[in-house]
Ligand binder design. Structure first.
Ligand SMILES: [Zn+2]
Length: 268
């Protein structure tokens, strides 16, 4: 789940794309064109995340730039494919941390919000029927937040018009779009939350994280080595609908597990 006026659908995919494009310009003098050969396909969040990225070819420029075509676009993400009622995960897929080129103004605005706090993101994208499978549960995040606050840490939750429930005791920070959220997040000492746009964002900003995966998607596929990724199951169903296995997987992840992973990250 992202932070922005828009519902952050597929923000994570845009950030994964920036990881695929990394180094294209500096190393090979090329720009990456995302789409089937000859046709760039962006979706409504592509520009927000790709802005000022020298590795990525903007639609319309493909004819007069040196481009590398990469088959990664809405409806064709290499990390999964549609099975019968569930995603089939590509177990060979790995995510490289992406990059988002924030402007001086965006960076300065982020710095004005302070640093050294923990960002906690208990929300998941609610419109997706599979979202419940990624939801660890608000009450568990509240318990982790309480313990982190008791341990003397400042805990921040981003708010925006589509934000879900706000944890009690945390400091809220209003964000205006996902870039704005990243500008704040980059000064955090830790991200704790669900698998989604914000965990991809934390990786892109080089921020340590504790990411609650559950049983829906394998941490090896959309997780990052730089984060502590917590699964609650050995099997990852990818179910399009709310699933009892995923519910059980989430219940297998205790508050203590997430809290101690966070404390370990903070001390390391
Ligand atoms: Zn499941």
């Amino acid at each position: 789940m992202g932070a922005g006026r828009e519902v952050a659908i597929g923000i994570g995919d845009q950030i994964i794309a920036t990881g695929l494009a990394k180094g294209a310009w500096a190393k090979r003098g090329k720009k990456v064109a995302f789409g089937p050969h000859g046709r760039i396909i962006w979706d409504k969040h592509s520009e927000l995340i790709f802005r000022d990225n020298p590795n990525i070819c903007y639609p319309g420029n493909e004819a007069h730039q040196k481009v590398e075509w990469v088959d990664f676009y809405k409806g064709n993400r290499g990390y999964n494919r549609k099975g019968n009622g569930h995603w089939i995960w590509n177990m060979d897929w790995r995510c490289e941390p992406g990059e988002v080129r924030l402007s001086h103004g965006e960076l300065a605005a982020g710095e004005r919000r302070g640093k050294g706090f923990i960002v906690i993101e208990p929300g998941v994208v609610r419109w997706k029927s599979s979202a419940q499978n990624k939801d660890w549960g608000f009450h568990r995040y509240q318990a982790v937040a309480d313990k982190l606050i008791d341990a003397g840490h400042q805990v921040v939750q981003f708010t925006h018009p589509e934000a879900g429930q706000i944890l009690s005791g945390v400091k809220t920070m209003q964000t205006y779009n996902f870039r704005d959220a990243l500008a704040i997040l980059r000064n955090a000492k830790l991200y704790v939350g669900s698998e989604g746009g914000m965990h991809h964002g934390a990786a892109a900003m080089g921020v340590a994280g504790v990411v609650v995966f559950g049983g829906f998607i394998p941490p090896s596929v959309t997780g990052y080595d730089m984060h502590t990724n917590i699964a609650g199951s050995d099997t990852f169903c990818g179910s399009f609908t709310a699933c009892s296995h995923c519910k059980e997987a989430m219940a297998n992840i205790s508050v203590e597990t997430v809290f101690s992973a966070a404390m370990e990250r903070l001390s390391g």
